[in-house]
Write a protein that binds this ligand. Structure first.
Ligand SMILES: [Fe+2]
Ligand SMILES: [Fe+2]
Length: 199
C-alpha cells in the first residue's frame, strides 16, 4: 500500500462528537459539549429564562405571553428529544432506564402543560401550575445534564449529525405547532399530552 492509499478518505466521517460548543450548564458553569448536547442544553437555558421572567412579573398580559412561549418551547423540545435522541440513546447507553424515566417525565410535563393551556391567567392555581412545571422541568433538566447526556457522550452516537437534525426538526415542529395559530398549538400540545411520550 502506498502512502497516498493510506491517507484517510475525504468522505470518511470525522470522529462523532469531535467538534464541541461552549454552553452553560444548569448550574451556571460553562462547559464544552458536542453539538447535539449543546443544542438541547441551550433550549434548557432558554426555557429556564422564560420561567424566571414569569416569576418576575405581575402583569397578566406578560404572564400569558410567557406561559404560551414556555408551553411551545417545551412541546418542541420534548418532541425532538423523543424523536431524535431517546430511541438511539435507549439502545446504546449503559442504563437505558434513564431514557424510560425521562420519557415518563416528559409525559407528566405535557399533562401539566395541557392543564395550563386550558386555563386563563388569574385562575386559581394558574401561577402554581406554572411554578410547579418550572420546578419539575428543572429536575428533569438536571438529570439529563448530569446522567443521561454524559452517558450519551460515551456512545458512538454521531452527535454532530444529530445536532444538525435536532436543529432542523425543532424549526419544523415550531412551524407546525404555530402554523394555524394559537388555538391549533394548544390543541396539538394537549393531544400530544394525552398520547403521552413518543417512545
Ligand atoms: Fe427531556
Ligand atoms: Fe431536555
Amino acid at each position: 500500500m502506498t502512502a497516498a492509499q493510506r491517507k484517510p478518505s475525504k468522505t470518511a466521517k470525522s470522529k462523532p462528537g469531535a467538534a464541541t460548543v461552549s454552553i452553560k450548564r444548569f448550574d451556571g458553569k460553562t462547559v464544552k459539549q458536542p453539538p447535539a448536547v449543546a443544542f438541547l442544553m441551550q433550549q434548557h437555558r432558554d426555557v429556564e429564562a422564560l420561567f424566571g421572567a414569569y416569576q418576575n412579573t405581575d402583569s397578566s398580559n406578560k404572564k400569558l405571553k410567557l406561559s404560551e412561549k414556555i408551553c411551545l418551547a417545551l412541546a418542541v423540545h420534548a418532541k425532538i428529544e423523543e424523536e431524535l435522541l431517546y430511541p438511539e440513546a435507549r439502545e446504546k447507553i449503559e442504563e437505558s432506564d434513564l431514557v424510560d424515566e425521562a420519557a415518563v417525565e416528559h409525559a407528566t410535563a405535557k399533562d401539566l402543560i395541557a392543564q395550563i393551556e386550558t386555563m386563563q391567567v388569574g385562575d386559581p392555581l394558574y401561577d402554581a401550575k406554572v411554578k410547579v412545571l418550572g420546578e419539575y422541568i428543572a429536575h428533569h433538566v438536571e438529570e439529563e445534564e448530569t446522567e443521561l447526556f454524559p452517558q450519551v457522550k460515551r456512545t458512538d452516537m454521531d452527535l454532530a449529525d444529530i445536532g444538525k437534525r435536532l436543529k432542523a426538526r425543532a424549526a419544523q415542529v415550531t412551524k407546525e405547532l404555530t402554523s394555524s395559530g394559537e388555538t391549533a398549538t394548544k390543541t396539538r400540545v394537549a393531544a400530544d399530552a394525552r398520547l403521552g411520550a413518543h417512545i
